[in-house]
Structure formats: C-alpha cells, structure tokens
Design a protein around this ligand. Structure first.
Ligand code: GA4
Length: 312
C-alpha cells in the first residue's frame, strides 16, 4: 500500500525563464536540479500551436471507445495501456499511449491510433522535435553550469540528438475520481523515478503531480502557470553528475473532478551509449543505457534501481 501522507502546501518549484541571460538561467537550473530535481520553464520556445494540436490528438484518442483504443495495445511496453503499468504487475488509475519518439515508429503505430494516421504522425513528430530541442537547450545549460570548459557543451544533448536515441513520448489520461467520494485519493501513476536523462512534462492545468521530498511527505506541485513545462532529472543524469543532481520520486494522484491529461517526453541516450559518472571519485559504475533499461523492465515501478550500480 502506498503512503498517502500529503503535505499541506503546494510546492513552489523554481521557475526558469529561458529568455533570461544564459549564465543566470544556467545557474538557476543547476541549483534546482540539486535541490529538487524538478523545476519549471517559461518562455521555452515551444509554439502554442504545436502544443494545442498535440493536446487535441491526445483528447481525441482518449475519447474513443475502449474497443478502438485497444487496437493500439497491449503495451509491449509500447502502445495503449489501461491500468497496467510496465510488465511486472504495477497498476494505476490511468490509461496511456507510450511510443518511441522516432518518426518511423510513430508513423508505423499511427494507423492503430487514429483514423487520420498521417495527421497524427505529423503532429506527434512536430511536438517531439520541439520538446527535444527544449530538452537539448536545457542540457546544454546544465553542462555549461556544471562543467564549463572541462566538457564539450554537447556532452548530454549529443546523446539525445543521436538518431538512435531511445527517447519516448507518453500520453497519460487520468479520469476523475468518483464524485460521490470527494475525499477519494487514488493513485494514478505510483511512486517512481524516471530512468532516462531528462523529462519534459506538459499537463492540462489540472493538479495531480506530487513529489516525494525529505521525510517521505508527498508534496503537490501547483499546475501553474499553464504555459510552463515541468522538467525533471532522470536516473541517468543523477549517475552522470555523480549524484549531485537528484532523480526524485514522484507520482500522479487522481483527486479532482476534472480529468488530468499529461504529455511527457523522456529524453534518453541510444541503447549502446555508455553512461559514466563525470567525477574523479565515481559513485556508480559505468553501464550502457541498454543494460540499465533491462534492469528497469525486470523491476517494479517503485524500485531504487540506480542503487544496484553503486560502487561502494
Ligand atoms: C517510469 C517512467 C516512464 O513513464 C517509463 C515507465 C515504464 C513503462 O511504463 O513502461 C516503467 C516505469 C517507467 C519504470 C519501471 C518499469 C518501466 C513501468 C515499470 C513498471 C516509460 C519508463 O521509462 O520507466
């Protein structure tokens, strides 16, 4: 049973304005990644038109009858899933589409997802391109802030820009709770860390995201401003920064009468890429992303899988 103790106040995550002076934005991002593993970005450069089209496609898909949605499933682990998360018995009050974020995969799957597959494929690919650029811009700012000239600026973004990058796009729909039980507090997507490098999350302005900060208390994240993207550190970035950045446990709860939709991009390296701590006294052994992914899919949602790679 998952702990449901929730803090009284929403957390005010740092908001980074990407139009700020570069060194200032870089400093703020590094600080947020060390303190919370989470922050928000505004003036991020992703066009509202691209976001709206993506959100429309997601709503259209989720409003279809179950029999039609099932044509895009079961998730193996990619495709349409409902209630079941991953391959080892995790469940939640969520339905989702999990796709590899490359145009070929999207175009192949789109015929099972939409009655206008070309339009779906075009919209998702444009969205992916735009959020990938945003992720890469943030990763460059991180490298500048952490390592300055000691590392090439593309140390992290190069992994995501690689044509073989294993990045994913996930559309989540959390239906509202039963209104006859206003205090109902169901878990939509249980506690977990994101395994990849960086996550870029967009939600439809309804609450539900919570972070586990010190002391095991769950802290709700205020879904505002609606124009912002929420960004978080993944396990690979925790490993590469030798634990200086934290990949923080988070979850989504279904607690309102409004349904929640989120669109999440997971920026990942190619399967063959080697992940190494950039530090003189490494905490984790080197591993390939493919090796790490195997561990991710043999385990459960709430596992602390990075601990298995600790050297001492
Ligand atoms: C959590 C982060 C991403 O949503 C995800 C999830 C993946 C899945 O849904 O297929 C996993 C989960 C996530 C971590 C543990 C395993 C794998 C479900 C699960 C129980 C796509 C990812 O990469 O890891």
């Amino acid at each position: 049973m998952e702990n449901i103790t929730v803090g009284d106040d929403d957390i005010e995550l740092p908001i980074v304005d990407l139009r700020r002076e570069r060194s200032e934005a870089s400093r703020m991002i590094v600080k947020a990644c060390e303190e919370f593993g989470f922050f928000k970005v505004i003036n991020h450069g992703v066009k509202q038109e691209i976001i709206s089209l993506m959100e429309e496609e997601a709503s259209m898909f989720f409003s279809k009858p179950v029999s039609e949605k099932n044509r895009a499933g079961p998730p193996d682990p990619y495709g349409y899933g409902s209630h079941n998360i991953g391959l080892n018995g995790d469940v939640g009050e969520v339905e989702y589409l999990l796709l590899q974020a490359n145009p070929l995969f999207i175009s192949h799957k789109s015929k099972y997802i939409s009655s206008h597959p070309q339009q779906f494929s075009y919209v998702v690919s444009r969205y992916v391109e735009a959020v990938r650029e945003l992720a890469c811009e943030i990763l460059d700012l991180i490298v500048e802030g952490l390592w300055a000239e000691a590392q090439p600026v593309s140390t992290l973004s190069g992994l995501v820009r690689d044509l073989d990058s294993d990045s994913l796009i996930r559309l989540n729909h959390y239906p509202p709770t039963d209104v006859s039980q206003p205090s109902a507090h169901k878990i939509g997507f249980g506690a977990h860390t994101d395994p990849q490098i960086l996550t870029i999350l967009r939600s439809n302005g309804s609450s539900g995201l919570q972070l586990s900060l010190q002391g095991g208390v769950w802290v709700p994240v205020d879904p505002h401003p609606p124009s912002a993207f929420c960004v978080n550190v993944g396990d690979v970035l925790q490993a590469m920064t030798n634990g200086r950045f934290v990949s923080v446990k988070h979850r989504a709860v279904v607690n309102s009468i409004k349904s929640r939709m989120s669109i999440v991009y997971f920026a990942a390296p190619p399967l063959h890429a080697t992940i190494t701590c950039i530090a003189s006294n490494p905490t984790y052994r080197s591993f390939s992303w493919g090796e790490y992914k195997k561990v991710v899919y043999t385990g459960r949602l709430n596992d602390c899988r990075l601990n298995l790679f600790k050297l001492h």
